[in-house]
Design a protein around this ligand. Structure first.
Ligand code: AMP
Ligand code: MG
Length: 349
C-alpha cells in the first residue's frame, strides 16, 4: 500500500486534503492525523472491523483500549452512559484539550474499541486539523498514538511515516505537535476521580475545578505487582535500543557524575549519549550530547522528549545518561515517560 503524506497549511486549512482522509475513515479505513498531544492513528470508533485495523497496523496488544475522539460535548452521550456532573465541569474547563475521561460505555461501542472493557475513553482534541477531520468524517474517531507499538509516540508526521509506511493509506502532516506527550487520563467511574496517566493537564489543575483527585498508585510504582489501571500503562511502552539511566540530585553533582560515568565508558570504546538541558548542555562530555529543552520552560522538555529518544535509536549510542526532572506539574508526566523508558533505572547523587 502506498502511504500518501499531505502537508496541511494551517492558515489555509486545505479542506480537500482533510476530506480525503475523512472519506477513508468513513469507509472503514485508517488515517493518521496531528493532535495537540501526539499524532493519532484514526478509524471509525463504532466499526469493529475498522478498530481491528488499528491494532494490526500498530502491532498493538488487543487488550489495550483506544481513545474515542469527539468534536462536540453532545457526542459524549453517543458512547457513554451514567455521565457524572464532573464530566461536564471538566469539559467546560479543559475541552477541547489534552484530557481524556474514562466513563461507563454504551453497549453500542464495540468491544474492539474498548479492549473488552465496560468503560470507554473519550477526548475532544484542540488541534484544528483533528477537529475538522472528525466533523468531516461524520464519525467518532478511535485513535491511539500513530507509532508502532513499543516505539515512542510520534511528534512529527515523519515519525509516523518511519513506523507505518506501507501499512496505512494517508498521513495528514500538520507539522510538529505542540505538547508532545499523550493526554492526561482521568477515570470518572470512581467516587473520587483517579488520574490513570499524567499529562499536560496536571493534578493541581484538575483539583481546582472538581476537588479531590487521586493518582493511580500503579503509575510510578517500580513493583511489577502493582498494576496500573489503564491497560496501556502496564506495557514497557518503549525501550530505547541503548540502556537509559536517569541521574537525580543537585545540579552540580549530577553534571559531575554523568561526566565521570561517560568518561569511564568511553575508555572502554563505548559510545555515550547524554540528555541535558539548555542550562547545562555545554558542560557535558559525551559522544552525542543533546538538550531536551529549558528547565525554565518544562513544556519545551515535554515537546522534545520523544523526538530525542527516537534520534538516539538512530545514533547508535550504547548508553544514555539523562538529567531527571521535578515530579510537580507537567514534570510528573515527563518523569513518568522517562522512568518507563529507563525501566526505572535511577541513580541518586
Ligand atoms: P494511546 O492513545 O496510544 O495514548 O493509548 C490510550 C491509552 O488510554 C492507553 O494507555 C489505554 O490503556 C488507555 N485507555 C483507553 N481506554 C481506557 C479505559 N476504558 N480504561 C482505562 N484506560 C483506558
Ligand atoms: Mg500510545
Amino acid at each position: 500500500m502506498e502511504t500518501k503524506v499531505y502537508k496541511i497549511k494551517r492558515n489555509a486549512m486545505e479542506m480537500e486534503k482533510i476530506r480525503e482522509a475523512a472519506d477513508i475513515i468513513r469507509d472503514g479505513g485508517l488515517a493518521a492525523f496531528p493532535t495537540e498531544t501526539v499524532y493519532g492513528l484514526g478509524a471509525d470508533a463504532m466499526n469493529p472491523e475498522a478498530s481491528k485495523k488499528i491494532y494490526a497496523a500498530k502491532g498493538r496488544p488487543s487488550d489495550n483500549p483506544l481513545i474515542v475522539h469527539i468534536s462536540s460535548w453532545e457526542d459524549v452521550s453517543l458512547v457513554a452512559r451514567d455521565i457524572p456532573g464532573k464530566a461536564r465541569v471538566l469539559s467546560d474547563a479543559f475541552w477541547p484539550g489534552p484530557l481524556t475521561m474514562i466513563l461507563y460505555k454504551k453497549h453500542q461501542v464495540p468491544k474492539e474499541t474498548t479492549g473488552g472493557l465496560d468503560t470507554v475513553a473519550v477526548r475532544m482534541p484542540r488541534d484544528e486539523i483533528a477537529l475538522r477531520l472528525i466533523e468531516a468524517s461524520g464519525c467518532l474517531i478511535a485513535a491511539p498514538s500513530a507509532n508502532t507499538s513499543g516505539r515512542p509516540s510520534p511528534t512529527l508526521a515523519d515519525h509516523v511515516f518511519q513506523d507505518l509506511e506501507g501499512r496505512i493509506p494517508i498521513i495528514l502532516d500538520g507539522g510538529e505537535v505542540g505538547i508532545g506527550i499523550e493526554s492526561t487520563i482521568i477515570d470518572l467511574t470512581e467516587e473520587i476521580p483517579v488520574i490513570l496517566r499524567p499529562g499536560r493537564i496536571t493534578k493541581e489543575m484538575l483539583e481546582q475545578v472538581i476537588g479531590e483527585v487521586r493518582v493511580d498508585p500503579g503509575l510510578m510504582a517500580e513493583d511489577e505487582k502493582v498494576k496500573p489501571k489503564a491497560p496501556g500503562m502496564k506495557y514497557r511502552h518503549y525501550a530505547p535500543k541503548a540502556s537509559l539511566v536517569l541521574v537525580e540530585g543537585q545540579e552540580e553533582k549530577v553534571i559531575a557524575k554523568i561526566n565521570v560515568l561517560a568518561e569511564e565508558l568511553q575508555k572502554q570504546e563505548k559510545k555515550v549519549g547524554i540528555i541535558g538541558t539548555d542550562e547545562t548542555v555545554s558542560r557535558y562530555v559525551g559522544d552525542v550530547v543533546v538538550s531536551i529543552g529549558a528547565r525554565e520552560d518544562e513544556e519545551s522538555i515535554a515537546r522534545h522528549l520523544y523526538r530525542i529518544l527516537r534520534d538516539f535509536d538512530d545514533s547508535g549510542v550504547d548508553m544514555i545518561y539523562s538529567e531527571s526532572f521535578s515530579s510537580q506539574g507537567i514534570g510528573q508526566a515527563i518523569m513518568n515517560r522517562l522512568l518507563k523508558a529507563a525501566a526505572h533505572q535511577i541513580l541518586e547523587v
